[in-house]
Design a protein around this ligand. Sequence first.
Ligand SMILES: Cc1cc2nc3c(=O)[nH]c(=O)nc-3n(C[C@H](O)[C@H](O)[C@H](O)COP(=O)(O)O)c2cc1C
Ligand code: SF4
Length: 430
Amino acid sequence: MSIEAKLLSANFDRIIPDSLEDYKRFGGYNGLKKAMNMRPEQIIEEIKLSKLMGRGGAAYPTGIKWEQAHEVKKFPKYVVCNADEGEPGTLKDKYVMDKDPYKLIEGMTIAAYLLGAREGYIYVRGEYKKSQEILRGAIKNAVNANYLGENILGSDFSFDLEVISGAGAYVCGENSALVESSEGRAGRPRMKPPFIKISGFRGMPTLLNNVETFASVPVIMDIGGEEYASYGTDYSGGTKLITLSGNVVNKGVFEVPFGITLREIIYELGEGIANGRKLKMIQMGGSSGACFSEELLDTPLCYKTAKAKGLSLGSGAILVIDDSNCVVDFAKCITEFFLHESCGKCTPCREGNRQLAKILDKFAKGKASKKDYVSIDRISNAMTNGSFCGLGQTAATALTTSLKFFKEEFDAHIYGRCLTDCCSMSEGEE
Ligand SMILES: Cc1cc2nc3c(=O)[nH]c(=O)nc-3n(C[C@H](O)[C@H](O)[C@H](O)COP(=O)(O)O)c2cc1C
Ligand code: SF4
């Protein structure tokens, strides 16, 4: 029996993505029709019952977010979808947009109905040209069929949706940077408060959710919050799209119920480690997530349990790394990624990433000493506690957690030895 649970992904590969008829044939728009016969409080209650938590990484409870957005009495309000998906190793939002775009559109329409919003925007990663095209086509079809636009389904509710092409920087996925970028400025995070729920797009109240979050709402409205929640754990309701990548046999995007273990994900869904190699390390939640060894493989997929073990599910990326890979080299790549993506607005992130990259370069060249551990500790603490946004606050996580689980590999580099022979120890300069 498969350990997948296809709720949100039920239509993947069974409908023609831009066919509204196909979408409706499999229950599409039942959620919106139900919602339009409910009071706002009832919609919010259903979302709360589902225990849906934001799927963009921060896992903020969606029912509470929608309630807060509803309570703000200032108009116009905007509904914005974060489809920036810049987290390396994450592909799940692209799957939703490419394989079942109406689910996202329906979820955003339900949100707009609840808030009385007239306009919504989907901020799609710049590189996802195909997804943008699919969404634009689906929006057009939805307008023609009166599921978007003026007087939706004969009611006095009207809602227009537009696609914005993203600016191509990881930080643009941070909610306030996304709003800045959507308004045509450089994508840099804003000072908070005011939070975007009060002053977001065009300075007006904005409800911003991830693609998977919005797309889960029609399912919840259709089957009911309680039923949805029952797929998961007491704390984490429902299902999660995960992106399984790296050295596993079977890579891809899968929808799984919360509560299954990482071992099941890697060895059942992923069919184990490829090429007969051994598992060395797992990184969960994308490049900003923790790296750990197989001793945590029996951790169930649940926001609370993961947190108790110092992990975060983040975007749901699970990267599997086999024993042919060097941990130091991996940490160096991740740090260089963050150095490249730092927007430069604040010193701990801008300079911290630069210094960490320099230190890791020393490790890779066999030039590091034990004193460098003290520097890593000091710099990563400054970054975690002093950075302006989540990028800098989490940029050192991969390094600090790899050090916790694989210290002997870093030590070996100090003594001029790379356990996988990938670092060229003689190239360095003093
Ligand atoms: C540097 C950075 C990048 C982020 N990138 C994304 C992203 O690509 N997609 C996303 O949905 N959330 C991303 N987030 C989280 C968003 O700020 C925000 O919490 C999320 O979109 C809210 O939606 P949710 O409540 O549905 O999760 C990012 C956060 C940070 C700090
Ligand atoms: S933490 Fe990094 S990305 Fe965020 S504002 Fe500071 S420099 Fe920019």
